[in-house]
Design a protein around this ligand. Structure first.
Ligand SMILES: [Zn+2]
Length: 399
């Protein structure tokens, strides 16, 4: 129970942006004042909170205010993507204090990728701003499906990656606790940690990466599903005259909006130069060019991106009708490039859709976290294990 009380107290201190006194804290968490005093003493000793001046409120002696010590702990977040691996270190407030990115090694050998990951993480651990003894653990975000119980991943777009025991391998290499999350869910967790004036209790997150995914938050909780693989909207049908999806059907959202398909279509129409079998980094570069051409009104690129906007809007309308969300936040590795030429069209298509039945408008915005959102969320998942009194937050393990 000590851990539970500690998490509850710590979480309330974190959420009180202006600091909170012990008396207010006891009232907020519903624990006896002596219990709160004891928990706070241990948090002060552990360097997770600090005293932040005194506040006079009415008669009686001034109250000492408590606030989070952001540098009391750090978490490492890793986003494994077929093109890039992104690494961040965040402090207890989820501020990014260190960042690096490398191309995913072209060798499909998982060992080569693990080697590269270990090297990059060790480099971050060598950062003088990140005291090694305060690093709480590593969070990994990987494309689904993940086998969370066994810590195994099998990303569909990384050839050679069948059943890779990613979590165990990194625990062995690093000697730190490692948590595994599906990429889209990690992005959602980052949004839940983002300080915002908006009401963030219910929203959807459209993840636009090598694949497309949907994150869902209800009552301030990320929906994960029975095996933590929720959010696959790739085969949501958005167009009766769309391209043939590998699943055999026409007009699936994932295939219609897939960056690798879009750049191939643009190349076949002569707008881009592209290898016949492009690597993930080549697709990434070509997609940047495609979005740039579309923003300039290129006669081939602009209609391709306009169609993507329509398809994404159709998907969002179905999702908004289903979940009754007022806000859809968009992000993921390819989103920021797409947003420039497509966001206005996406919003217009949603607003004008005859299928939209929600009695309120749908707000569509880009993640304030930018392209690092997934790596940040992977790290925040580790922070959740420190702060969250919910059992699901205490599942980080060393096995
Ligand atoms: Zn399909």
């Amino acid at each position: 129970m000590g851990g539970f009380n500690r998490a509850v107290v710590l979480d309330v201190i974190r959420r009180s942006r202006l600091g909170i006194s012990r008396v207010e804290l006891a009232a907020a968490v519903g624990l006896a004042p002596q219990t709160v005093t004891n928990v706070v003493r241990r948090l002060l000793e552990a360097g997770l909170v600090r005293e932040a001046g005194r506040q006079v409120s009415g008669p009686g002696k001034p109250r000492t205010m408590l606030e989070l010590e952001p540098r009391g702990g750090f978490a490492i977040g890793v986003h494994l993507d077929p093109s890039f691996i992104t690494y961040v270190v965040v402090d207890l407030e989820s501020n990014v204090v260190a960042h690096s990115q490398s191309r995913t090694p072209l060798s499909p050998e998982p060992e080569a990728v693990l080697e590269s990951m270990e090297g990059s993480i060790r480099e971050l651990l060598g950062n003088p701003d990140v005291p090694a003894e305060r690093v709480l653990g590593v969070g990994i975000a990987a494309p689904g499906p993940i086998d969370r119980d066994r810590g195994v991943v099998a990303p569909p777009l990384m050839p050679g990656w069948t059943e890779v025991p990613l979590r165990g391998a990194l625990i062995t290499r690093l000697g730190l606790p490692v948590a595994l999350e599906k990429d889209v869910t990690a992005a959602v967790v980052a949004e839940l940690w983002t300080v915002s004036d908006r009401d963030r209790d219910d929203f959807a997150f459209l993840y636009y990466g090598t694949g497309i995914g949907l994150g869902v938050v209800t009552d301030n909780q990320a929906l994960r599903g029975a095996t933590w693989n929720s959010g696959d909207i790739g085969h949501l049908m958005v167009r009766s005259d769309g391209p043939l999806c590998p699943c055999g059907r026409i007009g699936c959202l994932g295939h219609a909006t897939s960056p690798s398909r879009l750049v191939r279509v643009a190349a076949e129409a002569g707008a881009l130069r592209l290898a016949r079998r492009p690597t993930a980094p080549e697709v990434d570069e070509a997609f940047t060019e495609l979005c740039r051409l579309a923003a300039d009104g290129h006669p081939v690129a602009a209609p391709i991106i306009r169609q993507v906007a329509t398809d994404i809007a159709t998907g969002i309308v179905t999702i908004a009708n289903l979940l009754d969300v007022t806000e859809v936040i968009c992000g993921g590795p390819f989103w920021d490039r797409l947003a420039g030429p497509a966001l206005a069209d996406i919003r217009a298509a949603i607003d004008g859709s005859p299928s939209l039945v929600t009695p309120h408008p749908i707000r569509v915005s880009g993640s304030e976290r930018g392209p690092d959102v997934t790596a940040v969320g992977a790290a925040c998942q580790v922070l959740d294990t420190v702060f969250s009194p919910h059992p699901s937050g205490l599942l980080i393990d060393r096995t």
